[in-house]
Design a protein around this ligand. Structure first.
Ligand code: AMP
Length: 390
């Protein structure tokens, strides 16, 4: 894979596709982690005297009223604060004014162009990878760097189309993600997968791809209930993904020895953080109860199965981690992995959020930043953003 360090960018106009899809409320950025993650690549380009042009999407733009709330200007302001330098901002995604600004850029200038998805209002030009648009954006620069790992699984004009027209490479964030995740192509053993979260149907591709590579798959979260139901257990009112029962039966039949399921749960009668919970073995859950976290015995069982692991990949929390009462065992298992120095990759999304809340995301081997992108990597799919650079 061509990376930033093996492409000549000195003094050039470099277009960097970033992932600035940050949460914004009433014009204020609530969490700027994604902007911070783009800084190493931007700084490297500044050090090489580049004229930097930044592209990013923000939210979804389907109709006129989506424009204002998805205006990228607050990102320009935050970036300016973080880099301690002025950032130029173009209100428009194309046109004479934008072209003139690009022409007049001096080395070490930075221009952020308006949300690429503003182009979706006119026939989904960005999301549909319109080649005329891709070619136009490419005409504004000399070199293209894709550093938006979060959208690497999408084929859009600003990340895939544009790479058809310029010498291209991936940025440091994408490189870091790939270096960490590529260990899965040839994992050291014992290799253990932990899966949690809500629905089996969202993870069918991941299970199919990893079940053959892994020595064990530990299943928690609401997902476990669909597997337990497939085994004929009474799961009460716990979350069930009815349409995936047959898939679970098939997996359990073929890979019985690899699948580790919970044996007890923290149960309650309502989906709330307010009621007291009790711990119950799987065989004694009654019809009006639901499991919202794994229980103490299951935690011990999971730890036992993880002892001596050479590599662990974990996607999805083991319980309703958004509720204080039910995040406990996700946190406990994370702590166990960290304390025992077990090489662990957190596979994006909710498990990274849970680890960040528990102040553990910095302590694991790698916490992947992509939600859908990481999941597709785990499914073994090819990623269009990378293919375009290749
Ligand atoms: P996912 O996006 O598939 O990783 O799912 C994450 C979601 O699964 C979180 O919002 C959790 O609250 C939810 N979840 C995990 N365990 C349970 C459970 N036992 N019952 C209901 N929801 C759960």
């Amino acid at each position: 894979m061509k990376t930033l360090k093996n492409i000549n960018i000195d003094n050039k106009r470099v277009i960097i596709r970033c992932d600035f899809n940050v949460p914004i409320k009433e014009g204020k950025i609530i969490d700027d982690t994604r902007i911070q993650r783009a800084l190493p690549t931007i700084n490297y380009c500044l050090d090489h005297n580049c004229k930097v042009i930044l592209l990013s999407h923000l939210g979804r733009v389907k109709e006129e009223k989506d424009l204002e709330k998805n205006n990228l200007e607050p990102v320009a302001k935050r970036l300016s604060k973080l880099l301690k330098k002025d950032i130029l901002f173009s209100e428009k995604t194309r046109g004479k004014e934008l072209e003139a600004v690009c022409e007049s850029l001096q080395s070490k200038d930075i221009l952020l162009i308006q949300n690429t998805r503003y182009e979706d209002l006119d026939g989904k030009k960005e999301s549909g990878n319109d080649q005329e648009l891709a070619k136009y954006w490419a005409s504004l620069g000399d070199v293209f760097i894709n550093d938006a790992f979060g959208t690497i699984h999408r084929a859009h004009a600003s990340n895939v189309g544009i790479a058809n027209y310029l010498d291209s490479a991936c940025g440091f964030l994408v490189e870091k993600e790939l270096n960490a995740l590529s260990i899965l192509d040839n994992p050291p053993h014992p290799f253990i997968v932990i899966l949690g979260g809500a629905k089996v149907s969202d993870k069918i591709g991941v299970i199919k791809n990893l079940v053959t590579k892994a020595d064990k798959i530990i299943i928690g979260g609401a997902m476990a209930f669909t597997f337990l139901k497939a085994e004929g257990k009474n799961i009460g009112k716990s979350l069930l993904d009815e349409e995936s029962i047959d898939f679970c039966k098939e997996i359990l039949k073929t890979y019985k020895d690899k699948i580790i399921l919970p044996i007890d749960f923290a149960v309650t009668n309502e989906y709330t953080n307010d009621e007291e919970y009790r711990e119950k073995d799987i065989d004694s859950i009654s019809d009006n109860e639901m499991g919202l976290d794994i229980g103490t015995k299951t935690l011990a069982l999971f730890k036992e199965n993880l002892t001596g692991a050479s590599l662990v990949i974990w996607n999805g929390p083991l319980g309703v981690y958004e509720f204080d009462k039910y995040k406990k065992n996700t946190d406990n298992l994370l702590k166990y992995l960290v304390e025992n120095d077990i090489k662990t990759i957190l596979g994006g999304g909710d498990i990274v959020a849970a680890a960040t809340n528990a102040k553990l995301s910095e302590k694991v081997y790698h916490a992947s930043t992509g939600g859908g992108a990481t999941l597709e990597y785990l499914e073994g799919k090819t990623l269009p953003g990378l293919e375009a650079i290749r």
